[in-house]
Ligand binder design. Structure first.
Ligand SMILES: Nc1ncnc2c1ncn2[C@@H]1O[C@H](COP(=O)(O)OP(=O)(O)OP(=O)(O)O)[C@@H](O)[C@H]1O
Ligand SMILES: [Mg+2]
Length: 282
C-alpha cells in the first residue's frame, strides 16, 4: 500500500475514532430512572477516559443539578432566550463531566417552538468539538421536544421498568421513532429490576414485539437492579456510582458503561448531531 494510501486510511480511522457519539436517554413513562441513569452513566464514561458532556434536556422539570448537587446560575432557558451563550452556562462537575443545566418549571419552557428547538439543538452540536460522548437526559413522554432530541442523537437508550405500564410507554416511544424513520440505534435498559431473570423477560417481551410488529431491532443494554442505595444517594444529592460505587445498582451501571463503550453499541454517524437536526419533523 502506498504511503499516501496508508496515511489516508489512518486519517480516516482517527476521524472515526474521534467522532462524537450522542446518546439520548428517554422512556415514555416518567419516573423510571432516566435522570439517574444519564448522570451516573456520564460519570462512568468520563471515569473510563472519555470526554463527556451531559445535557439536561428536560425542558419542564430539569433536575440533574439537584441529583449532582451543583449550583446553577444560568441554564438552557437563558440560552434559548438569547441571554447567554451555551459555553457560558456549561459547568464542570467534579467527575470531569461537562454539564449543561436544563430549564426548570419556572422558566416556562415546557414546550419549545420548532424554531427554538432547532436553534437549541444546533447550539448543542458545538459540544461535539470537545467531547467524545454527549449524554442527553430527556423528559418523560413522547412530546415533540423529546422526539426531536432523541431523533437527533445517534443512540436512544430507552429506559423502562418491568411494569406493564412502563413497557407499554417504552414501546410507544420506540414505535414513534420507528415510524419517523429514525436511523439510529435503539437499545433498552430495564431499571428497577428485581433480578436478572425479570430483566431478561422484560427485554425479550419488548424486543420481541418490536421485531414482530415494527420489524426493528432493539438492542439489549442490560438492566439496573432495584437498590435502596439509589434512593439514599438521591437523598444525599450524590450520584450513586460515587456515593456507593460497589452497590448492586453501581455494578449494573458499570456493566452498562462497559457495554456501551467497548462493545460498539454506542454508534456514531457521519453527519454529526447538529447537521441532521433540520431533517426531522420538517
Ligand atoms: N435502580 C433503582 N433502585 C431504586 N430506586 C431507584 C432506581 N432508579 C431510580 N430509582 C428511584 O426513582 C426515582 C426517580 O428517578 P429519576 O428521577 O432518575 O427518574 P426519571 O425517569 O428521570 O423521572 P422523570 O420522568 O420525572 O424525569 C429516584 O429518585 C430514585 O428514588
Ligand atoms: Mg428525569
Amino acid at each position: 500500500m502506498a504511503i499516501e494510501d496508508q496515511a489516508g486510511k489512518l486519517r480516516r480511522l482517527m476521524q472515526q475514532a474521534r467522532r462524537t457519539r450522542t446518546i439520548a436517554v428517554a422512556s415514555g413513562k416518567g419516573g423510571v430512572g432516566k435522570s439517574n441513569v444519564a448522570l451516573n452513566l456520564a460519570i462512568l464514561l468520563s471515569a473510563g477516559g472519555s470526554r463527556v458532556a451531559l445535557v439536561d434536556a428536560d425542558m419542564g422539570l430539569a433536575n440533574i443539578d439537584v441529583l449532582a448537587d451543583v449550583e446553577v446560575r444560568a441554564n438552557l432557558s437563558h440560552v434559548i432566550g438569547g441571554l447567554r451563550r451555551l459555553e457560558e452556562i456549561v459547568l464542570d462537575l467534579p467527575s470531569g463531566v461537562q454539564f449543561v443545566p436544563g430549564a426548570n418549571g419556572l422558566a416556562k419552557l415546557a414546550h419549545l417552538s420548532e424554531f427554538q428547538r432547532t436553534a437549541l439543538i444546533r447550539q448543542l452540536g458545538t459540544l461535539e468539538a470537545d467531547n467524545d460522548v454527549i449524554v442527553i437526559d430527556t423528559a418523560a413522554g413522547i412530546g415533540p421536544d423529546v422526539l426531536q432530541f432523541a431523533a437527533s442523537a445517534d443512540n436512544v437508550l430507552v429506559v423502562t421498568t418491568p411494569e406493564p405500564t412502563a413497557i407499554t410507554d417504552a414501546y410507544a416511544l420506540i414505535k414513534v421513532l420507528h415510524h419517523s424513520g429514525y436511523p439510529g440505534h435503539v437499545s433498552l435498559l430495564v431499571n428497577l429490576a428485581t433480578d436478572r431473570h425479570e430483566a431478561r423477560t422484560t427485554f425479550q417481551r419488548l424486543s420481541g414485539v418490536a421485531r414482530q410488529f415494527l420489524g426493528t431491532t432493539v438492542y439489549d443494554a442490560g438492566y439496573v437492579l432495584v437498590d435502596p442505595k439509589v434512593r439514599e444517594a438521591v437523598r444525599r444529592r450524590e450520584p450513586f456510582v460515587l456515593a456507593y460505587p460497589r452497590c448492586p445498582a453501581s455494578r449494573c451501571m458499570s456493566a452498562l458503561a462497559t457495554k456501551l463503550s467497548a462493545g460498539g453499541m454506542l454508534v456514531g454517524r457521519e453527519d454529526g448531531f447538529f447537521r441532521r437536526v433540520t431533517n426531522w419533523f420538517a
